[in-house]
Design a protein around this ligand. Structure first.
Ligand SMILES: *[C@@H]1O[C@H](CO)[C@@H](O)[C@H](O)[C@H]1NC(C)=O
Length: 238
């Protein structure tokens, strides 16, 4: 079939809507060791919630029903393999706590966003993050990147899980200051801590432009969470 240019142009706005959220936003960083919110059942439209781990970083097969290590007596923690990693010099993969303006947790849980950094030393580099979490303290279009040693922030299960200092490693907000601070980290979190000073070049909350993309299989293989009809059937947010 041959589509005329007029017909093609008429189709474009619908395609743009179907691709999900996009815009500009900001980043912060955290690693609180808590069970992320998209690890509870039925938060998004994925049949499976984000995987969590027990105190010893072994995967839980609990259907998402174990209380968070941040709650009294809870036994579910963030798995260390939900740490960021470099795919190559200009692309990394990872996870984030997300807040998208005009949207809601049901729409963003386990959705993926391609971030293009627009400030700081990583300007021009890209990172694809899967939304594994949200946060009552997040502003609109904020991506709180999950980076070990990035600061525990509002909640802290790292003391319970890894024996971290009472306010987490380094500053409660922002975390450790240099790569050498990662040397004494638990083995499972070291690579993610180092990533911040290697690929991420110690960037301090760079701004981003973002667009929703279908999740790379390398990400969902680790999180276990895959949205049904990823991206194409997202409800437009306006
Ligand atoms: C990095 O990997 C992505 C995804 O495979 C690819 O599209 C891109 O060209 C790569 N960039 C470099 C510099 O190798």
């Amino acid at each position: 079939m041959h589509l005329s240019l007029t017909a093609l142009v008429a189709v474009l706005p619908a395609v743009a809507l179907a691709q999900g959220a996009s815009g500009t936003g900001k980043t912060t960083r955290y690693w609180d060791c808590c069970k992320p919110s998209c690890a509870w059942p039925k938060k998004g439209n994925s049949p499976n919630p984000v995987k969590t781990c027990d105190k010893n970083d072994n995967p839980l097969n609990d259907g998402g029903n174990t209380k968070s290590g941040c709650d009294n007596g809870g036994g579910a923690y963030m798995c260390s393999n939900q740490s960021p990693w470099a795919v190559n010099d200009t692309l990394s993969y990872g996870w984030a706590a997300v807040n998208i303006a005009g949207s809601n947790e049901a729409a963003w849980c386990c959705a993926c966003y391609e971030l293009t950094f627009t400030s700081g030393p990583v300007q021009g580099k890209k990172m694809i993050v899967q939304a594994s979490n949200t946060g009552g303290d997040l502003g609109s279009n904020q991506f709180d990147l999950a980076i070990p040693g990035g600061g525990v922030g509002q909640f802290n299960a790292c003391t319970q899980q890894y024996g971290a200092p009472a306010n987490g490693w380094g500053d409660r907000y922002g975390g450790v200051h240099s790569k050498s601070d990662c040397d004494s980290f638990p083995a499972a979190l070291k690579a993610g801590c180092n990533w911040r000073f290697d690929w991420f070049q110690g960037a301090d909350n760079p701004t981003v432009s973002f667009r929703q993309v279908a999740c790379p299989a390398a990400i969902t293989a680790k999180s276990g969470c895959v949205r049904q009809n990823d991206v194409i059937n997202e409800t437009p947010t306006n």
